[in-house]
Design a protein around this ligand. Structure first.
Ligand code: DX5
Ligand code: ZN
Length: 230
């Protein structure tokens, strides 16, 4: 388990008119991963971008591209996201008919496999695919938009998923409404990766490094303390 909390800025909150420069800036500011929110206007009530845009920004950094597919169906597009350089591909359990097969397909493409659960989805839906997973992305907002408030009921789910994982090498990622106030709570419960859009991109480029540092500092100590007590 990495001693440092992984911070994955969501580019949904970046300046889309300068996305390549924004990726470079947030990486220079300390981002560990780049979180790519792909939305289709069907599974979620918003439309963002697809493989061509990801291809256009891939060479701006060698950091991990963490691709969050909020699309339905997802299966037929997995190869298109892998070939443009996504390192992690996460599908929603609610958007896939055959989750086990989709996760195998992601790994067969050479990518890390993730599943995402909406706030109302119980963690039991993934109990039979744990050995297909490298990442579990727990939504702490209803997917579709940045800048929403954290949904507190997700705190308990983080702890339950942590217990369900046991010693498996699976990362828990939390996505939505994360700030230096909510980050420690999910970190203590077992989250290793924090996605943040508005909390990172607020205040302009000169604020990115301080915003990232504030999130990591708020999360590291409680997460390491919780790890030590396990
Ligand atoms: C929402 C996305 C999140 C969102 C996070 O559907 O999956 O990644 O962009 O934005 P904030 O951190 O502003 O809630
Ligand atoms: Zn996301």
């Amino acid at each position: 388990m990495s001693p440092k909390t992984i911070i994955a800025p969501s580019v949904l909150s970046a300046d889309f008119s300068r996305l390549g420069e924004e990726v470079e800036a947030v990486c220079e500011a300390g981002a560990d991963w780049i979180h790519l929110d792909v939305m289709d206007g069907h599974f979620v009530p918003n439309i963002t971008f697809g493989p061509p845009v990801i291809k256009a920004i891939r060479d701006r950094t060698d950091k991990i591209f963490d691709c969050h597919l909020m699309i339905e169906p997802a299966e037929r597009y997995l190869g298109a996201f892998a070939v443009v350089g996504c390192n992690i591909i996460t599908v929603h359990a609610e958007a896939t008919t055959h989750l086990d097969r989709s996760l195998q397909a992601i790994r067969d493409l050479g990518c890390k496999a993730g599943v995402s659960l909406n706030p109302s989805t119980p963690e039991t839906v993934i109990e039979y695919v744990l050995d297909r997973l490298d990442l579990i992305l727990l939504m702490s907002v209803n997917p579709g938009f940045g800048g929403q408030d954290f949904i507190p009921s997700v705190f308990d789910k983080v702890a339950r998923v942590r217990a369900m994982i046991g010693a498996r090498p699976i990362l828990i990622e939390i996505d939505g409404g994360l700030t230096p106030e909510t980050a420690p709570l999910v970190a203590r419960a077992g989250a290793a990766v924090l996605v943040a859009g508005s909390a990172v991109f607020k205040g302009g480029r000169e604020a990115y490094a301080g915003n990232i540092s504030a999130l990591r500092t708020a999360a590291d100590e409680p997460r390491l303390a919780a790890l030590g007590s396990r």
